[in-house]
Write a protein that binds this ligand. Structure first.
Ligand code: ASP
Length: 323
């Protein structure tokens, strides 16, 4: 009798969950950003969230949960109730964290439902205006001669800015002092203020600063020049052959989120990526919307796995880890 009652309760709960999944969303959805407000991931999330509201019929509220190179937010969403009301946007850091952290409180390949890939964002290598260098070659010479004096900002171990800095230091064979921030918005504020010397960051934050002459841009990290900054050479053109880094982004929900909910989120994501306002905003910021076949759960799952495999040996070689 007792077990019958328990079974009945479970069936009722499952039906209620199913029904609420069908009517999802009935209240605001929180989109967690693993970095500080005003930075590249935040800018992308806000543009996307605003557009997703139209098809979701509910507000999409951005919450910045910064710290530990983005891993705090990933753990948080991995543990959230899998009902579609707390989801995550994250970038390439989702694929580098397993190699960078000896202990990680989440598994990117097991703890999430994948909603879809979003954007590829090139990065730019910047120095503060007062630094006496005007090219990557000059920076390499200057950095070697002043390696104990100059600083390289990043958004923590696992951030895209960390990865770019790592590749840059490897390429020029110098170890610089790094300064971690909770996002590249505060890192940029210190670059503008002259408190740090170098920052490599996504164009979603850097294009306005470069166009405004507030920082010196030395190179773009992809193999193709940017439409918005045609005179800026690529890293490869600047003497760093093979340097090719674009920061991909994806949207995730906790494992166990019901299929009707992930379907709704995916449909809303795909609609947002066709929204003319979003298309223009991202184009202005040098961000490239991924092709439709990547804006899918499978597209993101495949890409994530390939990226984990790609970065592990590179990070191992660089020998940078955190516990
Ligand atoms: N752009 C940052 C990074 O280096 C993160 C951010 O603040 O959006 O990953």
């Amino acid at each position: 009798m007792n077990s019958l009652r328990v079974l009945g309760g479970l069936i009722l709960a499952a039906c209620a969950f199913g029904a609420s999944a069908q009517s999802y969303p009935t209240r605001p959805v929180t989109l967690v950003v693993p970095f500080a407000a005003g930075g590249p991931t935040d800018v992308a999330a806000r543009a996307l969230g605003q557009a997703m509201e139209k098809s979701m019929g509910q507000p999409v509220v951005v919450e910045n949960k910064a710290g530990a190179g983005g891993t705090l937010a990933v753990s948080d969403v991995a543990r959230a109730t899998p009902d579609g009301y707390r989801i995550l946007i994250h970038h390439i850091g989702m694929s580098t964290a397993p190699a960078l952290y000896r202990k990680l409180s989440f598994d990117p390949l097991k703890d999430f439902e994948y909603i879809g890939q979003v954007l590829d964002v090139p990065m730019t290598l910047l120095v503060k205006t007062g630094l006496p260098v005007n090219s990557v070659k000059e920076l390499a010479v200057y950095a070697k001669a002043n390696k104990d004096k100059i600083t390289l900002a990043n958004a923590g171990l696992g951030a895209a800015s960390h990865l770019c800095g790592l590749l840059f230091q490897q390429a020029i064979e110098v170890d610089l002092t790094t300064v971690p921030y909770k996002g590249t918005a505060p890192a940029m504020a210190d670059l503008l203020g002259g408190q740090v010397d170098i920052l490599c960051d996504q164009t979603t934050q850097t294009i306005p600063q470069i166009q405004g002459g507030k920082v010196k841009a030395l190179a773009v990290t992809t193999t193709k020049r940017l439409d918005a900054l045609k005179d800026l050479p690529t890293a490869a053109e600047s003497g760093l052959p093979g340097f090719d880094l674009a920061v991909w982004h994806g949207v995730y929900a906790p494992k166990g989120t019901p299929r009707p909910v992930t379907d709704k989120l995916n449909a809303s994501l795909q609609a947002a990526l066709k929204d003319p306002a979003v298309v223009k905003r991202f184009a202005d910021l040098g961000a490239i919307i991924v092709p439709a076949d990547k804006q899918t759960p499978d597209g993101l799952a495949r890409h994530l796995k390939a990226e984990i495999d790609k970065w592990a040996p590179i990070i191992k070689k660089a020998g940078q880890y955190a516990d």
